[in-house]
Design a binder for this molecule. Structure first.
Ligand code: ADP
Ligand code: MG
Ligand code: MG
Length: 902
C-alpha cells in the first residue's frame, strides 16, 4: 500500500529534500531541516498524490484513505510535544499548511492554532499563565479558519474582510491603533463577535471539535489547489495542475507569547541586488504572516540592515534604536543562533535561502526554508559570487540561472541626466529594482487601461496578481521588503517601490496625494525600484551596461554550448545590437520591410500594379539600388558571419494602397486612371492570403522579382569584398512545399550569380537554401536537401500550418484552449514539441541523410524561448535565431541545453 503520510520531528524524518515532488517543497525541506539538525517543530506531510486523488475521487474517498495514517501521525506530534490533541488542559495545537512542488507565495492560506476551542483556550491560558496570549491565538484561529475553511474571505475588491471590519470597529470603540493594545477582555469580545459573524454569514456554528477542525482544514488545502488565484499563478508560471499540493500539519510554536517572542522572515543574501548580506524582517509578539501583511512596521534582523533601513526611511538613530531595534540588538542570543542556522542552510543547499522562523520565549524555531526568489540581477550576482567563492562549479552556475530572467538585465534604466532633473515626490523602500514610468491606476483589474501603467495600492494581495503582471511598476503605501507586493514583484522581475508612507491614497476618488500634489488616475509618475524613489511625470530611460558578471556568464555559455545563436534582423542597426549581444550571424533577414520606406514603396507598387513583365522589370530596376544598399549595410554589420536573406514573402496586396487618396496619387504618378488601380487592387484580394499568392509562389510566377533580389544580394556582397569586408550571403527561398518550387528558384539565383560574377570579374561564396515552414516540405526533406544547402525552420508558419490555426485569428480561441487545458501553452510562443517538433526532427534527419553537410537552424519566434532552444539542441540543429534582445537568453539556454543533454 502506498504511503500517504510522512512524519518528521526531533532530528528524524521519513522524507528528504529530494522528495519535493511527493512532499511539496515545504514538506521536503521541513524533513531535511530535521535531518541536518535545524530546530523544527514536529509534524507530518500528506503527499501530493493524495491531492490528486482528492481532485479525482473527492472528500470521502480521501478521508477514508488517510484516516489511520493521520491519526498515527497526530499521536507522533503529541508524543514529541507532550500535549494531547483536543485536551482541555494541555491541548496540542497545530498549523495546517499547503506546500506545492514549486513555491507559490501567498497562493494558499495557512491556518494557525488549530485545536483551540472555548475550553482549550482556558487550558492554554492556565498552562502558560498568559491569558492575552491564549485569547489572541484563539481569535486569530477563528479568523483564519473562518476566512479559509468557511469561505468568509471577501470575493470583491471593494469589500473588506468581515473579521478585519470587526477588529477595526473594536479599535475605534477602544480608541487604540495597534492590535497589540487589545486587553484580554477585548480579545474575548472579539472571539464572540467573530463566531457570531460566522453564524450570520454561513448559518453554521464554528466547529469546536478539533478533529472536525483538522479534517476541514486539510480538505480546504486540497480545495485551494483549485481556487482562482492558484490557477492563475500556475498559468503564469507554467505549473501543471497534475502536480497537486501537499498538506503539512505541524505543532505550533508561538511568536506571540510576549516580548521575548517574535516571528520573521529572512534571506541569506539580498534578493534584490544579490549582495552577500544576511537580511530580513521580524516583529516582536506576533504570529505567522504579520510581518508580510504590513500590519505593523517590521524591524530589521541585522544591525547593518537596520541602519540602512533607517537611512532610507528617514528615521533618526535615536528613534531607530528605541522603537525599531534589529533582532541582533533586541535578542542577541536568538539572533546568534539564527545567523548560524542561515549559514548552515545556505551551506547545505548551496543556494540563497529564504527562511521563515519563530522565536518562542527566546527559543528559535525554523518553519520553512527554500531557494529564495530573486531578481535577474541578484540571480546573476549570486551565481557568479558562489562560483568565485568556490561553492559551486561553472556548470552548476550556468544551470542554476533562469535564462528568461536575463531579460530584466537587458532593459532600460533611468537616464542619469533625466534623473537629475526629475522631482522626487515620495520615497519608499527599494523593493524590486528597475525603472518604470507610466500612468497611475488604483485597481489591479484596471492595469490594462493604459499601455504603460503603474499600479498604486495601499498594499497588494494575491488577488492583484494579474494586474501586477500587466503593470510596468508597482507602488504601495504600506508593507516592507517582504510584503506581498515586494516578493511577488521580485519574482516577476518587475519594478516595485513599497512602504511609501508619504503618499495618501484614496481609492474612492481614485487619487493619491504626494508632496502636497494630487495625482489622479491616468497621471504619469516614475518609479526607481533600486532606490525607492518616486518621481513626478515621465523620466527618460536608457540601456543598461552589460559587462562584469553578465559578460562572464556569456563567456561561460559559449564555453559549454554546441549550437550557435543568430539573430533575426532586418536593419543594420538591429544587426549591430544583436552582434553586441553576441549574435553570430543573421538567421532571418526579411526583405519586405525594405520595400516600405519612402520612395521604395512607390516603385514597389508600380511593380505590383504593372500589367506585364516589361512594366514589372522597369519598376524592379528602380528597386535594385535600394535593395543593394540595404544588403551592403546588413552584410557589413554582420561581416564574417552568415546572413540568411529571405526572398520576398508576403502576399502582394499588403503593399498596395487601399485608400482612395493614395490610390489617386499613385494613378497620377503612373499616368493611369484610378479605376485601373482600383480594379488591380481588387484583383489582388484573397480569401486566405496566408495560404495564397505568397512566398516562393511569387518568385515562381514572377521570376523577375527573384532575379532582381538575387542580383542585389550578390552585387552587395561583391562590392563589400572589393572593400575588404567578408560578406557571407545565404539566400533563402520561402514557403517551399515541393522540390520543383525550390529547384526553379535556385536555378534563377545561380544563373544571376554567374552573370554578376562575369560582369564584375570576381566571385564570392554564397549558399542557397530554404525555409521549412510547409509541412509537405518537412515530409519531403530528403528530396529538398538535394538542392538546398541549408534549412531554416520557420516555426511560426510551420506551427500555423501544422495545427491549422491562423496566427492572426488564434487570439480568439487560444486563451480559452489554454484555460480548458486543451493546450498547455500557446504553440506560437512555446514550440509544440510533440507535433510540430516531430516535423522539425524528421526533416532534419531526412535532410541530412541526403546531404550530411546540410546546415540546419530555426528562425521562428521559438528560437529565443528556452524550452524550445533545448529541444532544438536535442534534435541536433546547428543554430537558433531570435530577436536581438533575446540573443543573450538564447545563448544561455543553448549552453544549458547542451549541459543537460550531455
Ligand atoms: P506560505 O506558504 O504562505 O508561506 P506558511 O505555511 O509558510 O505559508 O505559513 C505562513 C506562516 O505561518 C509561516 O511563515 C509561520 O510564520 C507561520 N506558521 C506556520 N506554521 C507554524 C507553526 N507550526 N508554528 C508557528 N508558526 C507557524
Ligand atoms: Mg511560508
Ligand atoms: Mg513564413
Amino acid at each position: 500500500m502506498a504511503k500517504n503520510v510522512y512524519k518528521f520531528g526531533n532530528g528524524q524524518a521519513e522524507g528528504r529534500a529530494d522528495m519535493r515532488n511527493l512532499l511539496g517543497g515545504k514538506g521536503a525541506n521541513l524533513a531535511e531541516m530535521n535531518l541536518i539538525g535545524v530546530p523544527v517543530p514536529p509534524g507530518f506531510t500528506i503527499t501530493t498524490d493524495v491531492c490528486t486523488t482528492y481532485t479525482k475521487e473527492g472528500r470521502d474517498a480521501v478521508l477514508k484513505l488517510i484516516n489511520d495514517e493521520v491519526k498515527d501521525a497526530v499521536a507522533h506530534i503529541e508524543e514529541l510535544t507532550g500535549t494531547k490533541f483536543g485536551d482541555k488542559e494541555n491541548p496540542c495545537l497545530v498549523s495546517v499548511r499547503s506546500g506545492a512542488r514549486a513555491s507559490m507565495p501567498g497562493m494558499m492560506d495557512t491556518i494557525l492554532n488549530l485545536g483551540l476551542n472555548d475550553m482549550a483556550v482556558e487550558g492554554m491560558t492556565k498552562k502558560t499563565g498568559n491569558a492575552r496570549f491564549g485569547w489572541d491565538s484563539y481569535r486569530r484561529f477563528i479568523q483564519m479558519y473562518g476566512d479559509v475553511v468557511m469561505d468568509l474571505k471577501p470575493k470583491n475588491k471593494e469589500d473588506i474582510d468581515p473579521f478585519e471590519e470587526i477588529i477595526e470597529a473594536m479599535k475605534e470603540e477602544k480608541g487604540i491603533e495597534q492590535d497589540t493594545e487589545f486587553t484580554v477582555d477585548d480579545l474575548k469580545v472579539l472571539v464572540l463577535r467573530f463566531k457570531e459573524a460566522i453564524k450570520n454569514e454561513t448559518g453554521k456554528e464554528f466547529p469546536t471539535d478539533p478533529w472536525e477542525q483538522l479534517w476541514g482544514a486539510i480538505t480546504a488545502v486540497f480545495d485551494s489547489w483549485m481556487n482562482d488565484r492558484a490557477i492563475l499563478y500556475r498559468r503564469l508560471n507554467n505549473i501543471p495542475e497534475e502536480w497537486g499540493t501537499a498538506v503539512n500539519v505541524q505543532a505550533m510554536v508561538f511568536g506571540n507569547m510576549g516580548d521575548n517572542s517574535a516571528t520573521g522572515v529572512a534571506f541569506t543574501r539580498d534578493a534584490a541586488t544579490g549582495e552577500d548580506l544576511f537580511n530580513g524582517e521580524y516583529l516582536i509578539n506576533a504570529q505567522g504572516e504579520d510581518v508580510v501583511a504590513g500590519i505593523r512596521t517590521p524591524q530589521q534582523i541585522t544591525k547593518e540592515g537596520s541602519l540602512r533601513w533607517a537611512k532610507l526611511a528617514g528615521v533618526s538613530e535615536e528613534e531607530r534604536a528605541s522603537k525599531f531595534p534589529s533582532l541582533e540588538e533586541s535578542m542577541p542570543a536568538a539572533y546568534k543562533e539564527l545567523n548560524e542556522t542561515q549559514h548552515k542552510l545556505e551551506e547545505h543547499y548551496q543556494d540563497m535561502q529564504d527562511l521563515e522562523f519563530t522565536i518562542q520565549e527566546g527559543k528559535l524555531w525554523l518553519l520553512q526554508t527554500r531557494n529564495g526568489k530573486r531578481t535577474g540581477a541578484a540571480m546573476v550576482k549570486i551565481a557568479m559570487d558562489m562560483l568565485k567563492e568556490g561553492k559551486i562549479d561553472e556548470k552548476t552556475a550556468i544551470l542554476r540561472l533562469e535564462a528568461n530572467k536575463l531579460d530584466e538585465l537587458l532593459h532600460p534604466i533611468f537616464d542619469t541626466k533625466a534623473l537629475e532633473q526629475a522631482t522626487v515626490i515620495a520615497k519608499g523602500l527599494p523593493a524590486s529594482p528597475g525603472a518604470a514610468t507610466g500612468q497611475v491606476v488604483f485597481f489591479a483589474d484596471e492595469a490594462e487601461k493604459y499601455e504603460n501603467s503603474i499600479l498604486v495600492r495601499i498594499e497588494t494581495s494575491p488577488e492583484d496578481l494579474e494586474g501586477m503582471n500587466v503593470a510596468r511598476g508597482i507602488l504601495t503605501a504600506r508593507g516592507g521588503m517582504t510584503s506581498h507586493a515586494a516578493v511577488v514583484a521580485r519574482g516577476m522581475g518587475k519594478c516595485c517601490v513599497s512602504g511609501t508612507g508619504g503618499i495618501k491614497i484614496d481609492y474612492k476618488t481614485r487619487s493619491f496625494v504626494a508632496d502636497g500634489k494630487t495625482y489622479k488616475e491616468g497621471d504619469w509618475i516614475s518609479l526607481n525600484g533600486s532606490t525607492g524613489e518616486v518621481y513626478d511625470g515621465k523620466v527618460i530611460t536608457k540601456n543598461p551596461d552589460l559587462s562584469g558578471d553578465f559578460g562572464h556568464i556569456m563567456d561561460l555559455s559559449d564555453k559549454f554550448t554546441r549550437m550557435h545563436v543568430r539573430t533575426n534582423a532586418d536593419t543594420p542597426k538591429d544587426a549591430q545590437v544583436a552582434r553586441n549581444f553576441g549574435a553570430q550571424g543573421i538567421g532571418l533577414c526579411r526583405t519586405e520591410h525594405m520595400f516600405f520606406e519612402g520612395e521604395r514603396i512607390k516603385a514597389m507598387r508600380e511593380m505590383i500594379l504593372a500589367s506585364d513583365e516589361e512594366g514589372r522589370r522597369k519598376a524592379l530596376d528602380k528597386l535594385l539600388p535600394y535593395q543593394r544598399e540595404d544588403f551592403e549595410g546588413i552584410f557589413e554589420a554582420m561581416a564574417g558571419y552568415g546572413v540568411t536573406v529571405r526572398l520576398l514573402d508576403p502576399p502582394l496586396h499588403e503593399f498596395v494602397p487601399h485608400q482612395q487618396a493614395t490610390q489617386k496619387e499613385l494613378a497620377s504618378e503612373m499616368g493611369v486612371a484610378i479605376d485601373v488601380i482600383r480594379s488591380k487592387v481588387a484583383e489582388l484580394e484573397e480569401f486566405n492570403p496566408m495560404l495564397g499568392h505568397r512566398g516562393c509562389r511569387l518568385g515562381n510566377t514572377y521570376p523577375e522579382i527573384t532575379e532582381m533580389q538575387a542580383r542585389a544580394i550578390i552585387e552587395a556582397a561583391l562590392n563589400l569584398k572589393a572593400k575588404g569586408v567578408d560578406a557571407r550571403p545565404e539566400i533563402m527561398v520561402p514557403l517551399v512545399g515541393t522540390i520543383k518550387e525550390l529547384k526553379l528558384q535556385a536555378d534563377i539565383i545561380n544563373e544571376v550569380a554567374e552573370k554578376v560574377f562575369e560582369e564584375k570579374g570576381a566571385r564570392i561564396d554564397y549558399k542557397v537554401g530554404t525555409m521549412i515552414e510547409v509541412p509537405r516540405a518537412a515530409l519531403t526533406a530528403d528530396e529538398i536537401a538535394d538542392v538546398a544547402e541549408f534549412f531554416s525552420f520557420g516555426t511560426n508558419d510551420l506551427t500555423q500550418m501544422t495545427f491549422g490555426y491562423s496566427r492572426d485569428d488564434a487570439g480568439k480561441f487560444l486563451p480559452i484552449y489554454i484555460k480548458k487545458g486543451i493546450l498547455k501553452n500557446d504553440p506560437f510562443q512555446v514550440l509544440d514539441q510533440e507535433g510540430v517538433g516531430q516535423l522539425v526532427d524528421l526533416a532534419t534527419k531526412r535532410g541530412r541523410e541526403t546531404n550530411p553537410k546540410l546546415k540546419v537552424g530555426i528562425c521562428g519566434e521559438h528560437g529565443g524561448e528556452p524550452s524550445s532552444v533545448e529541444f532544438c539542441n536535442g534534435v541536433g540543429l546547428d543554430y537558433v535565431s531570435c530577436s536581438p534582445y533575446r540573443v543573450p537568453i538564447a545563448r544561455l539556454a543553448a549552453a544549458q541545453a547542451n549541459l543537460k543533454q550531455g
